[in-house]
Design a protein around this ligand. Structure first.
Ligand SMILES: [Zn+2]
Length: 305
């Protein structure tokens, strides 16, 4: 069994109101087809053996708006990191949270029991230089990927279709001085992601344009993003190998309410598609439930087959 986790930053379940929710205004036909209704908080839980959506809590019982550093850390470690840290922590983990992520994340846990884990994201060649100059900081997901001991993917991997850039299509790479790579269709990028996932027990791809569009209340970017995401997710789902479970989730709401610049208190979707979907995610209620469920099913699979 394999797991492919598509992490979408700031992607909650909002109201059925096209005035504030771009998912309602522009649509996500793939999810409508999968679940028979728009992806709003009215959808509730839908649990079938190979197709599930569960609204899960991202606030973790801690006051204030949920944030990326602690939210992603909870998804990756299964710990209530907001409670441990005493508050929701924004954007990039500081040293204490970074230590928790590095020591206890799912990618490291799986690697330690012989189940290889990878991040499919491409990092620009100067990424580590920018981190050294304190112009960039590692996200929680990057810290988890680094803890496996495997190198991050960069241009050589992208050139042989074994990486996916954070914007999915490579369209923004020229903004970072990388102009020689072709712009990919979301479909091609999705095929690259699926092909990566065939070689690992656990693969993760981090997408954060949703959070950016939400903070900027940028409707045009939101429409563009939804078109890309729809084709990307539809293709990953249709190409998914029979032994693979695809999980889609988020760290907090934001994109689904363009009426505010901030994150939201909305629940986030936990979507599970494919192999063992309902058995794996059926009992999860918040961000901390994802790791124990995945480790249980991947570890068991390893022992039994
Ligand atoms: Zn944000």
């Amino acid at each position: 069994m394999r797991v492919l986790l598509l992490f979408i930053d700031g992607f909650g379940l909002g109201s059925n109101n096209p005035e504030i929710n771009p998912i309602v205004r522009f649509g996500l036909p793939t999810f409508n087809q999968l679940f028979g209704q728009p992806m709003t908080y009215d959808i509730g839980s839908i649990l079938t053996p190979e197709r599930c959506i569960i609204p899960i809590d991202a606030t973790l019982g801690v006051p204030g708006l949920p944030q990326s550093a602690t939210g992603q850390a909870a998804i990756l470690t299964g710990l209530n990191t907001a409670k441990i840290m005493g508050s929701h922590m924004q954007a990039f983990p500081g040293p204490q949270l970074a230590n928790i992520i590095t020591e206890t994340n799912i990618m490291k846990k799986l690697t330690a029991i012989g189940l290889p884990a990878t991040s499919a994201n491409m990092y620009t060649p100067n990424y580590f230089e920018l981190v050294a100059k304190r112009k960039r900081r590692h996200s929680a997901i990057t810290l988890a990927a680094l803890s496996t001991g495997l190198p991050l993917r960069s241009l050589p991997e992208m050139e042989i279709n074994e990486a996916v850039y954070q914007d999915i299509t490579n369209a923004t790479l020229p903004d970072f001085g990388i102009g020689h790579l072709p712009v990919l269709s979301p479909r091609q990028a999705a095929c690259n992601l699926v092909n990566i996932s065939r070689k690992y027990s656990f693969s993760i791809f981090e997408y954060f344009q949703t959070d950016r569009a939400g903070h900027k209340q940028d409707w045009q970017h939101a429409e563009n993003i939804l078109g890309i995401l729809d084709e990307f997710i539809d293709t990953v789902y249709k190409q998914l190998p029979a032994d693979t479970l695809m999980i889609i989730t988020s760290d907090h709401g934001n994109f689904e309410d363009m009426g505010v610049k901030t994150h939201t208190l909305n629940k986030v979707p936990l979507i599970a598609l494919g192999y063992q979907a309902q058995k794996t995610v059926g009992a999860i209620t918040d961000l901390t439930g994802i790791v124990p469920a995945l480790v249980a099913v991947l570890g068991k699979d390893d022992l039994c087959d």
